[in-house]
Design a protein around this ligand. Sequence first.
Ligand SMILES: *Cc1c(COP(=O)(O)O)cnc(C)c1O
Length: 588
Amino acid sequence: MLKPSSFKPNSYEPTPATGLVAYFSMEIAINPRMPTYSGGLGMLAGDTLRSAADLGTPMVAFTLAHRKGYFRQMLDAEGIQTEDAQPWRIEDFCTEEAPRVTVTVENRVVALRAWRYEVVGRSGHILPIYLLDADLAENSDWDRRLTDHLYGGDANYRLQQEILLGMGGVRMAHALGLPLNVFHMNEGHAALLTLALLEAQLGGGPLGQVTETDIEAVRRKCVFTTHTPVPAGHDRFSLEQARRILGAERTERLESMGCCHEGLLNMTYVALRFSRYCNGVALKHGEVSQAMFPEYKVDAITNGVHGPTWVSEPFADLFDRHIPSWRRDHLYLRNAIAIPADELLEAHARTKETLLAEVASRTGLVLNPKVLTLGFARRAATYKRANLLFHDPERLQRIAQAAGGLQILYAGKAHPQDEPGKALIHGVIERAKQYSGTDLRVVYLENYDWNLGAALTAGVDVWVNTPRRPYEASGTSGMKAAMNGVPSLSILDGWWIEGCIEGVTGWAIEDGVDDAAEAESLYAKLEDAVTPSFADQGRWARVMQTTIAHNGSFFNTNRMVKQYIRNAYYPYDLVAAPSMVAEAVSTN
Ligand SMILES: *Cc1c(COP(=O)(O)O)cnc(C)c1O
């Protein structure tokens, strides 16, 4: 058996300056009207590509078409979630490419085409995203549906999709004649691209003849980002399933090359085994992942968000006036400390007004723009503890009374098969009913998506996050808030460990031994820090200034993409790397 420990990570000669980075992701939030994403992973992928395009980075991306989307969430009066498909017309957004490629799935030959979407950077650089599509007349009815549902179906469907994405994507890249020199796997879903590269390396020869030199040739091209410390987030398939769907020979070779863990084919191990560089998505997550995978070296590059996508119009206007270079280089947002307080408060008031108008049009509820408003929106996964705020319902009510009112806006989808997640949503909606008519207004907004996410993160006064440590790999919604001067009140996990300066960029919920202790800290911070600061708007404006200056300037994909180029894509190519950010500097 070829042992991972025989590897020498980070021992590569410079990569040539020509060629493209290929970014592979099962989900990419490409356009608000294309339902090709489910949540944070897809948003990060989209923001990464938008910033890469802004920076003029030579890069392309591959994903699946997801013709039926993820799902549209509906909540009835009892807080019960039901789901609908989100069919959309790919031809309204993308153009069809000529080549066809095939992959073998469960001994069937599946044909694929690609649709091209162009991400246009701020100086005109075009970054193509290729959406792979199996809906072709030559495929069986089952196979035509393989690129329909993001995270739909069972493990069989998932493994088949992963073959299409990873292996189909590599073959499509070759068919399109793309000169690729780096393959970036955004999460393990795309790990099978390494198998296609290995087979190409062998030139059609049998996998049984693979040597350490062949593996090295693949590793030299591949980088991998892992995104979650939650074990269920790492794709695993039984060997029986793998043999049936991927084929016996491939499964056996993957097993012998160290890609299985606890008797299962593990896509994280596939990706780790064949990558020269691997990273987690925040400093703490890098450490946690390093401990999970001690036989590999795991670095960290902290996530970010794409500024122009998430900054509300009033704030974009404000930045354009006071910090005109912010669009070119978000580091200039450091100068937010010089934006006058009254202008910041005014821009926030307008953004909040837009949000509250949206809430009114969706729910009929008219909220008070003067009242402190908290936001909590994210996937309804149990570790995110959407109900921590309600640990002591009377205490929260007393806080609301003392503060002259409190409004809390919730949103988030539970995966259709996540019953505990659905129960959380139900619980929050039950609470909302109990509080109705009091100083505490709680609203759960349906169908959390890109547009609602933008309105919420920019328009509330404080962004709240209460994950159970250490499961929040990074989190990005608080970064969107920070870009708009909205401070966070959060558990010290993920990005917030790096972003929290107490009283300056927000407040930390202190680590406790259990939910009760952390809820106690949450209440204490609301009582002693957040509500008194909010009551003094001059003081609040200073928090807004420093939130943008410290966190808007750093937690963005403009900085993050440059870090990927320097640390992951072209780590030793000191000459080539600067040309990767060859944006015209004549415009802002
Ligand atoms: C930003 C965003 C996310 C990810 O936010 P987290 O902080 O990681 O939970 C998820 N869904 C939508 C719609 C978003 O805009």
